[in-house]
Design a binder for this molecule. Structure first.
Ligand code: GTP
Ligand code: MG
Length: 452
């Protein structure tokens, strides 16, 4: 019987937790931050766990197996099924999952045992659902544009491009604008020229580790916004401030179209309010380039926090006011297997700094947050000393790499310093390496744990 296993305090915890039938997690992550790989690992772990093959998801410490009849994965209404088989097949071929260009979902259902009076009282639901949605990271950075006018966006976009590191990648685009004749009215060809040049800037900057790329949707193919016929670019402020200028008129119209026909439905469908949020962050790309890139990442994350609603997830808010706010946030630095264990404290400290601006937006103290280091797959092996790792290169050589200590603070990093990211290939024994991924247990324990 349940009351023999738990103290009264734990009973309360259980009751709280199961008052909700549906737990919505979002994993919010910039492009290439590791979302698809994390979902792939999670589903693989759950599959092994539910088939009783491997007891690998301590997630379920909060949900003892004795209470669980069955766990399975289902499609999520309105979404294509997350292509876990395709991703696992890619890993099997030694490839990483391909970048996501559309939105996919899945639902994890935990069916509880039906027996026992205590269960009926404590756990009103039979099935508890966890919903997961995977999407291209580029969509995420566009959401803040919902709160801007074209003019505001255009001005802030220029301001960003004038600073390092963006400025370093914007030369061609800036030259195009300088020699462009905005007195001649826009026609299809001239719009295509301008949008084409701006897109090349976005692509070039992305390749060099920039995360604040707006609109990121312009970087994707057919399943994304129709930038070919409804594109826009920032305009020099002398043009954008003149609302009678035909370019300003046209781009304002396209920008509004972007907001209403693309961003609004996207926010409603894909970024439905969840109560628990994992913000997945790749620090390695920034470290690979420069300290300016890390500051730029910090700015991006701070902008993103603007678009989500944070606050206490109270019973009243949920049942009476019918609103959900995010009450728990896990800031997660992924791919932690790419540095030696001895350097992880420094990585955690960098994570805290890079997310400080986002944290500052939780302006009341009802949001619980923590920082975590996680690897969805343990792709590397320990090296011969505390500062080294062994890994498989693209051409399948097994090498040892020595690491310089990471700086503990961004301020300590010199402007020219950078830390090359380990080009680790997917090893043949990817499966046990997924099952032995690090940090997921602590992460889920935090997310599923009692709200204080
Ligand atoms: N070593 C290591 N590399 C990882 C891990 N997770 C992701 N990666 C690397 O990061 C890349 C991006 O991971 P994805 O899961 O595709 O990232 P995403 O957030 O889905 O990216 P988009 O779909 O483009 O938004 C992969 O191709 C891998 O190279 C991990 O746990 N360990
Ligand atoms: Mg993806």
């Amino acid at each position: 019987m349940i009351h023999q296993w738990f103290t009264p305090a734990q009973h309360k915890h259980w009751a709280d937790w199961f008052l909700k039938e549906r737990h919505r997690f979002t994993i919010t992550g910039l492009s290439r931050s590791g979302k698809s790989m994390l979902f792939t690992s999670l589903m693989t772990m759950l599959k092994f766990r539910s088939e009783g093959k491997y007891d690998c998801l301590p997630l379920l410490e909060h949900l003892p197996m004795e209470l669980v009849e069955h766990i399975w994965v289902e499609p999520l209404d309105g979404f294509k099924m997350f292509p876990v088989e395709a991703h696992v097949e890619a890993l099997h071929q030694g490839q990483w999952p391909s970048p996501t260009e559309d939105v996919y979902g899945f639902k994890l259902v935990v069916r509880l045992q039906q027996t026992g009076k205590v269960k009926k009282y404590l756990l009103p639901y039979t099935d508890i659902m966890f919903e997961f949605i995977d999407y291209p990271g580029e969509w995420l950075t566009d959401l803040p544009l919902l709160n801007r006018t074209f003019n505001q966006w255009s001005d802030s976009s220029w301001a960003q491009q004038m600073n390092r590191p963006q400025r370093d990648y914007a030369h061609e685009w800036h030259e195009t604008v300088e020699s462009f004749d905005f007195d001649t009215a826009p026609d299809e060809q001239r719009v295509t020229t301008l949008v084409g040049s701006y897109r090349r800037y976005l692509q070039h900057a992305k390749k060099h580790g920039i995360t604040l790329l707006q609109p990121g949707s312009f970087l994707l193919g057919d399943n994304s916004y129709d930038w070919q016929s409804k594109g826009f670019t920032p305009l020099p402020s002398c043009i954008s401030s003149d609302i009678t200028n035909p370019w300003t008129k046209l781009f304002t119209e396209h920008f509004t179209h972007f907001q209403t026909s693309w961003l609004k439905p996207l926010r409603q469908q894909t970024f439905r309010q969840a109560d628990k949020q994992i913000i997945l962050i790749d620090l390695f790309e920034g470290l690979n380039h420069s300290k300016h890139h890390l500051y730029q990442l910090k700015e991006t994350l701070s902008h993103l926090a603007e678009t989500f609603r944070y606050g206490e997830d109270s019973w009243v808010a949920r049942h009476v006011l019918r609103q959900t706010t995010i009450s728990k946030v896990a800031f997660v630095a992924g791919k932690a297997d790419l540095i030696p264990p001895g350097h992880r404290d420094a990585l955690l400290s960098l994570l805290k700094q890079v997310t400080a601006g986002a944290v500052a937006r939780f302006d009341d103290n009802t949001v619980q947050f923590e920082h975590f280091l996680v690897s969805a797959i343990q792709a590397t092996d320990p090296g011969s000393n505390a500062n080294s790792l062994r890994y498989l290169t693209a051409d399948k050589r097994y090498l040892e790499a020595e690491f310089e200590p990471l700086p503990e603070t961004l301020a300590q990093m010199s402007a020219e310093e950078h830390f090359p990211v380990l080009p680790a290939r997917v090893p043949d024994d990817y499966l046990p390496r997924i099952l032995n991924g690090r940090g997921l247990d602590r992460l889920f324990q935090f997310l599923l744990g009692k709200e204080s």
